[in-house]
Design a protein around this ligand. Sequence first.
Ligand code: TRP
Length: 329
Amino acid sequence: MERVISGIRPTGNLHLGNYFGAVKNFVRMQDEYDCMFFIADWHSLTTHPTPENIRQSARTILAEYLACGIDPEKAPIYIQSDVKEVLELYLYLNMNAYLGELERVTSFKEKVRQQPDNVNAGLLTYPTLMAADILMHKADKVPVGKDQEQNMEMARLFARRFNRIYNIEYFKEPQNFYYTKQAVKIPGLDGSGKMGKSNGNCIYLFEDDQTITKKVMRAVTDAGPQAMNSEKPEVIQNLFTLMEAVSTPDTVAYFNDKWNTCEIRYGDMKKQLAADICATVAPIREKIEMYKNDDALLQRIANQGAERARERAAQTIKEVREIIGFRAN
Ligand code: TRP
């Protein structure tokens, strides 16, 4: 079975955009691939979080991913900092990663612009740490968004370079994995495009029915269709796109007809949309609660995940040490 690995950046709570855009695919993948997921908490140190931040965000992410349906028996989930072997590979890869190429990475250049006072070496070598995460597992495929494509190119470059330097076909080049042909993009409720934390237009998986309903009812609309069968403006299309994600095709078709015949009542549509979002979110929210109230269970799952990851990591490190000329240990 092909190996899939993906790192999860610990950036707050999951929202509907994350769920339909990524997490739901992870849940499907775990039945078809040999998957592992991990929380990239070392990567998060580039922004200097507090110890409390770190502990909290790992717990939250674990609880939320499990609640979405990641099954740790099928797809172990671990915390990056529990698998110290990755650091050793990171060091080896750094020895063959050059300042010029690291400085040319777009996301690094962006960070330099955004936070000129905190251009640390961890930020510069972010791509080598990510490559270590992936190559450690000899992963075939990595599910990535557009923003990670350059990091993936670097991972392949470092793999090839290692093989060339030591004249051995050791690391395979991990491929970008687009599980669905077209990424599902969930729009925000403010008519401004994508749902995203920094846009402040999210519906979170931990939110209760009342909060969600309020947000949906406040969603931006317009004055209504001006002619039969007209094209939908973006704010209205957004409501339909959300509906396509959470409602039955019949429901979507019903409101589509209403739009086409100029009989649509946005209040009715929003009520239906809110109900269907709540029906999607409620069972997930209940599981989030369950996991968050069971620290022992979360610990156990993280420990098991780390153990499985370490088995592979230890094997890779042993082989890499031998290739480099160190004692294998
Ligand atoms: N860089 C990824 C992100 O920002 C997170 C990540 C770290 C990752 N290591 C990885 C993703 C390894 C895939 C594989 O989302």
